[in-house]
Design a protein around this ligand. Structure first.
Ligand SMILES: [Ca+2]
Ligand SMILES: [Ca+2]
Length: 171
């Protein structure tokens, strides 16, 4: 899917055992309408590329089911909720000015290779599994990094940079 001009609105996209690439060169990638909690995109490898943001706050977050994820936008927020039963690798979550919020549930451990903002907070949460974060950078003044595992699971970090950061395990 490639929108050369404008936004991409996702209803439900499924590629069984395949890759999904969604590109909004000059716009954003959003859920259709006011959003819901159902899965919007399923695939083995998921690549989302936008200019003005990927997903939105609250139920406007984009629900995904993928084992390998890249989500990069020039500016704007990144709001993704991934549900996957086995290990998940997020190779890249990046934005310029905007916050990153990523959650992982349904049982798989999460490895984040890179999550970076130029000006914005980074919040990553995993439910009932482990979180490993290699490089996390929340740029700008007063932008926090928050890494959390809910219910159970370890948090392991390598290089984390933010004005303040919390690694809170088993809240
Ligand atoms: Ca949805
Ligand atoms: Ca949603």
């Amino acid at each position: 899917m490639d929108a050369d001009a404008g936004d991409v609105a996702i209803g439900a996209v499924t590629a069984t055992a395949g890759s999904v690439s969604v590109v909004a060169d000059t716009g954003s990638i959003n859920e259709v309408g006011s959003g819901d909690s159902g899965v919007d995109i399923s695939g083995t490898v998921l690549t989302l590329t936008a200019q003005d943001g990927i997903g939105g706050a609250g139920e406007l977050d984009i629900e995904t089911a993928a084992g390998t994820i890249k989500a990069d936008t020039t500016d704007g927020a990144v709001d993704l909720s991934n549900m996957f039963p086995s290990a998940v690798t997020v190779n890249s979550l990046t934005t310029g000015a905007g916050d990153i919020r990523f959650s992982q549930s349904a049982g798989g451990d999460l490895m984040v290779v890179l999550a970076q903002t130029t000006v914005g907070a980074v919040t990553i949460g995993v439910s009932e599994a482990d979180l490993k974060a290699e490089t996390v950078i929340a740029g700008g003044t007063g932008r926090n990094v928050t890494l959390t595992t809910l219910t159970s699971g370890d948090v392991n970090v390598d290089s984390v940079t933010g004005s303040m950061w919390d690694a809170l395990s088993s809240r």
